[in-house]
Design a binder for this molecule. Structure first.
Ligand SMILES: CC(C)(COP(=O)(O)OP(=O)(O)OC[C@H]1O[C@@H](n2cnc3c(N)ncnc32)[C@H](O)[C@@H]1OP(=O)(O)O)[C@@H](O)C(=O)NCCC(=O)NCCS
Length: 209
């Protein structure tokens, strides 16, 4: 896809390092001091659940300016059995190009491709402020609960977008973040040593912990 000189295409192996640098820069000190997302991306590419056809980068004038990835996941249905879904991310846009609609462009193109491939729904942890504009709703509205969250806890971070309308009609159940996302601090620190040193800062607005 090419709009106004912005191209969204599949990531190539030759992009890997540059994409990881972009992800590291985009997430650094945003949700916690430092970040783990560049390592998560590195891990995800190597797992069978990773969807290669949805491993996307966005570029402009030969510069990598955004990326998004998807992983196969499942809902454990209350009635028994599992429902195949996708989860998504990390997704990012270069810091100096935010607020221009590029995140929306990348997200919507990613979702269009996921729907075209026949996937039924995407479940994510994210901010409704960004994702709501692309059709995401609170997963609780569709009867899907976040694994391990105590009854009555705030689940407004847990969002869902049906790709096939009605895909989750009649389904209730529990979703858990796929295991490859759950990296340890030690692994992240070790991986991060392969990048230029950067200061980890505790900043307002970061998640607790
Ligand atoms: C989130 C991110 C990809 C958005 O990219 P962007 O190019 O700045 O987004 P857009 O300009 O397309 O903004 C689209 C809409 O989302 C809103 N928005 C953007 N970032 C937001 C955020 N972090 N929280 C809430 N709303 C946000 C914008 O105000 C805009 O609203 P509008 O459609 O009502 O005008 C980008 O800020 C980023 O890379 N952030 C760091 C990494 C990150 O947090 N990724 C998401 C993890 S869940």
């Amino acid at each position: 896809m090419n709009t106004n000189g912005i191209t969204i295409r599949l990531e190539q192996e030759s992009d890997y390092r540059k994409t990881e640098e972009l992800v590291r820069d985009s997430f650094w000190n945003v949700y916690r001091p430092g970040c783990s997302e560049h390592f998560v991306l590195h891990v995800l590419r190597g797992v069978p659940a990773f969807v290669r056809e949805l491993d996307l980068v966005m570029e402009s004038g030969g510069r990598l300016i955004g990326q998004n990835v998807f992983v196969r996941a499942e809902i454990l249905a209350d009635g028994g059995g599992t429902v195949p879904v996708l989860t998504m991310g990390p997704i990012c846009v270069a810091r100096d190009l935010r607020g221009l609609g590029l995140g929306r462009l990348l997200l919507d193109e990613s979702l269009r491709r996921a729907a075209e491939l026949g996937f039924g729904a995407v479940l994510i942890e994210g901010d409704i402020g960004f994702y709501g504009g692309s059709g995401f709703v609170f997963a609780s509205e569709l009867g899907i609960r976040y694994g391990g969250l105590p009854e009555g806890a705030d689940a407004s971070f847990f969002l869902c977008r049906e790709l096939i309308p009605g895909f989750l009609s009649g389904v209730s159940g529990v979703y858990s973040t796929p295991e490859p996302y759950l990296v340890t601090e030690t692994e992240v620190d070790e991986f991060d040593r392969g990048f230029p040193p950067r200061e980890k800062l505790r900043l307002p607005g970061q998640l607790e912990g």
